[in-house]
Ligand binder design. Structure first.
Ligand code: SF4
Length: 433
């Protein structure tokens, strides 16, 4: 069950070696090979996007099964929104994002576990557990995102005995001596649990190398978001979204290659031309993910998304973890400090009154957006409790907004298309934003 180890020599900090090149350790981390074992890179944009969509819809986790068969390593799933993927990676564990099955799976037994007035995500995750799709996972992490995910962790523990089920409590106090100590202790407990399940021992040199790989991942995502902000016709959100989601089932080394390849292809896509669309920020879709068809509907309705909170784990930490000012006694401290002081103002994180509204207005200004789509999953408490504050902040800043809700399995988009289309038209015709 234990993946072969990388070198135990801690790499010097900040040596610029992210480890993103070919992996010579033979650990099967995936560098130089696709999740299905093929070494062929997608030749063109359409092929790459098709591959990303396939991975984004891989709720049966075929890519993870292939990785396990190849490496004999262990894989652990995590629910949205944040998980210490760097720590798992450093211990030879494949972190796997579990975001439900979208509109690809009919929920039959999952509904029986939950009342009707909560979001769709936990039903879908339970359904996946019961139908065997998640059997290849050696454990699951349930971050302290909301009551629904906390309750799901209890249901999971009772339903899937023998597998690791770890409730990842995270601090809402951001002082190093209080919240920092709490998070560090939680991560050490997690590392201990993983080790008893066959993961390699946590080594701070290995963690530093893993952090650099994820820093590279974050940097590539930031580049894509910047390019989309500047030239939204070049980076379509209906492509970027599956490209991000592919990373939930891929080793980070492979995902870095996918991101870099997509970036290269869209930069040189000379056939793409500016579109007469309204520039919008989408806010509220950080946990249960919208169906891809919804994003295509928004684009066809005349909206160019220039900022969003989809697949938020890719941007939860907003800059590099490995930075000179991020001090601490070891790499675990870097991770903890970044969580404390460099995390996004997510709805699942405590922020001082007014800060989230200010942050949304700042993002609108920075992305030169003309309006905001408040687009949250039905019954999502964290998103919907924040919404009145966000609306007030937008009103005060005279930024147009509209709101609607979705579920991951929403299949009818006509009403949303009309609403988004009317919103985009009204911006184009009358807005002063
Ligand atoms: S969609 Fe909202 S309510 Fe549902 S699990 Fe996620 S954060 Fe919780």
């Amino acid at each position: 069950m234990i993946a072969p180890q990388h070198s135990k020599d801690p790499a010097p900090r900040g040596n610029g070696s992210s480890g993103g090149g070919a992996c010579s350790s033979g650990c099967g981390c995936g560098s130089g090979a696709s999740s299905t074992g093929s070494k062929e890179a997608p030749a063109n944009l359409a092929t790459l996007v098709e591959k990303a969509e396939e991975l984004a819809r891989d709720w049966r986790l075929d890519a993870v099964r292939a990785w396990k068969a190849r490496t004999k390593g262990i894989a652990v799933g995590y629910l949205p929104v944040w998980a210490p993927r760097e720590l798992l990676h450093a211990m030879g564990v494949l972190p796997v994002g579990v975001m439900g099955a979208g509109d690809d799976l009919e929920i039959i037994r999952g509904d029986a576990y939950y009342q009707s007035y909560i979001c769709h995500l936990p039903r879908s995750v339970i359904e996946l557990g019961l139908n065997g799709a998640l059997d290849c996972l050696d454990g699951m992490l349930f971050p302290a995102t909301c009551d629904v995910i906390r309750n799901l962790s209890g249901v999971w523990k009772l339903s899937f005995r023998g597998k690791l089920s770890f409730y990842l409590d995270v601090p809402q106090d951001f002082e190093r001596e209080l919240g920092g100590q709490f998070l560090r202790q939680t991560l050490l407990e997690l590392a201990h649990e993983l080790e008893t399940r066959g993961a390699r021992k946590l080594d701070m040199g290995a963690l530093a190398r893993s952090i650099r790989l994820f820093d590279e991942n974050r940097a590539l995502v930031r580049q894509l978001y910047t390019l989309r902000r500047d030239e939204p016709w070049r980076v379509l959100t209906s492509e970027l979204y599956p490209v991000l989601r592919a990373g939930l089932v891929q080793p980070v080394e492979e995902h870095n290659e996918l991101l870099a390849a997509y970036l290269d292809l869209v930069r040189s896509a000379t056939e793409r031309r500016p579109l007469d669309q309204a520039r919008v920020v989408v806010s509220g879709s950080f946990c249960e993910q919208p169906p891809l068809s919804l994003l295509k509907t928004l684009e066809r309705g005349g909206c160019s998304i220039v900022d969003d909170d989809f697949v938020q784990i890719t941007r939860w930490i907003t800059s590099d973890v490995d930075q000179p000012h991020n001090t601490g006694k070891d790499a675990l401290d870097w991770l903890v400090n970044s969580f404390l002081s460099d995390s996004t103002d997510s709805p699942v994180r405590y922020c001082a009154k007014g800060r989230k509204g200010d942050d949304l207005v700042r993002r609108v200004r920075a992305s030169r957006a003309e309006g905001v789509l408040l687009c949250a999953p039905s019954f999502c408490d964290p998103a919907l409790l924040d919404q009145p504050m966000l609306q007030d902040a937008l009103d005060a800043a005279k930024i147009p907004w509209t709101n609607f809700k979705y579920a991951e399995n929403t299949g009818q988009f006509q009403v949303i298309r009309e609403q988004a289309g009317t919103f985009a038209d009204s911006i184009k015709l009358w807005s002063e934003a």
